[in-house]
Design a protein around this ligand. Structure first.
Ligand code: HPA
Length: 270
């Protein structure tokens, strides 16, 4: 595994004019941020040894690198999900490659359903903590001692300093930023209304099908993590209507620009 990570990282390093300082994972419908990078270096996941291919809608499946808000960033335009059938190890492989490249700060975005009934569709939520309800963990199996410890501490999984910085950036931009706990669900079916009621009781504010594996792996290899959700819909049963993947992408597209501006502002202050 370490060999595969290093091989992929060497390939990326050979293609990039400088070492990125920030990694950014762009969630469903949020890939547009990478399009703001002038003269980007674009590397399709298909070109990288060891990479699995993304099949999810709204996920381009490539790295886009370049200068954004004064930092050299490496964006993942599209991520891998557990529901696509990828192993947890495949899902976190790109994160480990980023760490091997020397990236110390990871910004993760996603589309999520609002579980907290005080949230509104289109809200942004700063993830303060998560509940891993995916039934799997990317750190199972032999520990990669070169990356991190067998038992990875998750107390400050979402870096408190980065969270404070995000809150400051949001208030300076006049953007309302909700805060809460993200629950990672395996999918690909959406949750039932009963599950959503149970998750609310457990302390979840938003639910989605990503992020948790990446954040665990990033913590394992010592990266600082900031993560934000775009609430694309209220979770099942809150509104008396069915959920649709098209609506998720539609809301993500309509709110993407504002989230991009917020991420840029945060990157400029790192
Ligand atoms: N549930 C799970 N994942 C999601 C949702 C949801 O309601 N909305 C966007 N991603």
């Amino acid at each position: 595994m370490m060999n595969a990570i290093q091989e992929a990282s060497r390939l990326l390093a050979s293609r990039l004019p400088q070492t990125p300082t920030v990694g950014i994972v762009l969630g469903s419908g949020l890939g547009g941020l990478a399009d703001q990078i002038p003269n980007p270096v674009i590397i399709s996941y298909a070109e990288i040894p060891g990479f699995a291919q993304s099949t999810a809608p709204g996920h381009a499946g490539r790295f886009v690198a370049g200068e954004l808000a004064g930092q050299y960033v490496l964006c993942m335009q599209g991520r891998l999900h557990f529901y696509e059938g990828h192993s947890m190890q495949s899902i976190v492989f790109p994160i480990r490659v980023m760490a091997d490249l020397g990236i110390k700060t990871l910004i993760v975005t996603n589309a999520a359903g609002g579980v907290n009934t005080s949230f509104s569709i289109g809200d942004f939520m700063l993830i303060e903590d998560h509940i891993n309800f995916m039934g799997a963990n990317p750190l199972t199996g032999p520990n990669l001692d070169e990356l991190g410890p067998r038992f990875c501490d998750m107390t400050f999984a979402y870096d408190p300093e980065l969270r404070a910085l995000a809150e400051k950036a949001a208030s300076e931009q006049g953007v309302r930023l909700q805060k809460g706990v993200y629950l990672g669900y395996m999918g690909p079916s959406y949750e039932t209304p009963a599950e959503i009621r149970a998750f609310r009781t457990l302390g979840a504010d938003a639910v989605g099908m990503s992020t948790v594996p990446e954040v665990i792996a990033a913590n394992h290899c010592g990266m600082r993590v900031l993560a934000m959700s775009l609430i694309t819909n209220m979770a099942a049963g809150i509104e008396k209507k069915k959920l649709s993947g098209d609506e998720v992408i539609e809301i993500a597209n309509s709110r993407a620009k504002l989230l991009q501006a917020l991420v840029c502002k945060i990157v400029s202050e790192l």
